[in-house]
Design a protein around this ligand. Structure first.
Ligand SMILES: *Cc1c(COP(=O)(O)O)cnc(C)c1O
Length: 400
């Protein structure tokens, strides 16, 4: 059986250190491996499986769509694009959408929009402000915007045109950009995901919004992980009351089907003109159906409210169960985007979680356990996460 999990002569590149388990099927927040062993999925495909696994309504809609059209190309109108764009525009108070297939593509488009916004007003060498601990993807441009040296190293020369500043420090941001005529945009994750679950403060986001208005910069939010209801609002920046000029989405948008999007407000919506940008797969009928159905089902099932309710419950339960444990730092996050920080690197817990506790989760920034389950999670299932995770964390922190 082991051979079906880890081939002795793999033909797949070793870009991941994988947990030695092969998953075969899922239902709700549970998955089963090829040997029939059951796991609780608190990772949700890395904040992707909004509706959990094998959601009957989503599956029926996708099946229906597959019998009609899967793909046609962007040479023709795709009715589903207007449908999904309207749903996103209505929820974001923004105006226009470009569809792609992944997160980094959405950020590439956001970066291209930002640069061209500056070039169109005579800035020849546009600069985008980005933050410590930021993660925006692994293409050359999005890697250049990313902070983590582990992501960047070995792929230089990276792109110029990014200025990095500390998060949540408005004075530092003002000082770093003071008198620089080349700034075109500020780009941030409202809650940094890969960087260790660090939220931007609402007050800071309001100050950035005001500065962008005063300086005519675009405010770009990367909602690829925090967006689509995960924090209890459609988009995490909405907790601060601001409206950005550009927003990138992906992960949870298609509930497992690859769907990415860049949403733009009036300042940015007309920057890209025919011939400026494109994609073969982006916005295909199957992907659009996945996005439209995901939003419809989220609404039917009240999943924004559920993310807040069960997220608060889970955070409180984790806090209570871990309080006073030596080596436990804190629980933080919003809704069902939760980080549990420990005082030492805990990457080994990913495999131990699977093997010893039957629980899927990840670790970011070396020391932060990341819990980003499907938004259908119930309080009983949240209790199960606590029951599985806490003993594991305690024994790990006790050196066992
Ligand atoms: C995952 C992620 C990306 C990259 O998305 P891909 O689909 O892996 O390219 C970009 N930004 C943030 C905040 C992410 O969480």
């Amino acid at each position: 059986m082991q051979d079906t999990v880890k081939p002795s002569e793999p033909h797949v590149m070793t870009t991941y250190g994988r947990v030695p388990v092969a998953l075969e099927r899922g239902q709700g927040v549970r998955v089963w491996d090829v040997n029939g062993k059951e796991y609780l999925d608190a990772l949700g495909g890395i904040a992707v499986n909004t509706l959990g696994h094998n959601h009957s309504k989503l599956v029926a809609a996708l099946h229906d769509q597959m019998t009609k059209l899967i793909h046609t190309s962007n040479y023709y109108y795709v009715p589903g694009q207007e449908k999904l764009a309207a749903l996103l525009v209505e929820r974001s108070k923004m105006t226009n959408v470009f569809f792609c297939s992944t997160g980094l593509e959405a950020n590439e488009a956001a970066i291209k929009i930002s640069r061209k916004y500056g070039v169109d007003k005579g800035i020849e060498k546009p600069v985008i402000v980005v933050f410590d601990h930021a993660f925006h993807g692994r293409s050359i441009a999005t890697m250049s915007a990313t902070a983590n040296p582990k992501v960047r190293n070995g792929f230089g020369p990276l792109l110029d045109g990014f200025l990095r500043v500390p998060a949540n420090d408005f004075v530092a941001l003002q000082e770093a950009t003071e008198g620089n005529p080349n700034i075109v945009a500020v780009m941030m994750e409202p809650i940094q995901g890969e960087g260790g679950l660090h939220p931007m403060r609402a007050e800071f986001m309001k100050q950035v919004r005001e500065l962008c208005d005063a300086k005519d910069w675009l405010f770009v939010v990367d909602e690829i992980q925090a967006g689509m209801g995960r924090t209890g609002k459609w988009f995490a920046h909405q907790w601060s009351g601001i409206v950005p000029d550009v927003m990138s989405l992906a992960k949870g948008l298609g509930s497992g089907v690859p769907v990415g999007a860049v949403v733009a407000g009036p300042k940015a919506a007309k920057v890209l003109q025919p011939g400026n940008h494109g994609t073969t797969f982006g916005g295909n009928p199957l992907a659009m159906r996945a996005g439209v159905e995901t939003i419809a089902i989220m609404e039917e099932e009240g999943l924004l409210a559920n993310a807040t309710k069960v997220g608060d419950y889970l955070q409180a339960a984790l806090n209570q169960a871990l309080a006073g444990t030596p080596g436990f730092v804190e629980v933080r996050g919003q809704g069902l985007m939760i980080g549990v920080e420990l005082n030492k690197p805990c990457g080994e817990l990913i495999t131990r979680g699977v093997q010893e506790a039957g629980l899927l989760f990840s670790v970011t920034a070396d020391t932060v356990i990341r819990i980003v389950p499907p938004l259908i999670l119930t309080e009983a299932e949240a209790d199960e996460i606590v029951t599985k995770l806490v003993p594991l964390v305690k024994s790990f922190l006790a050196g066992q």
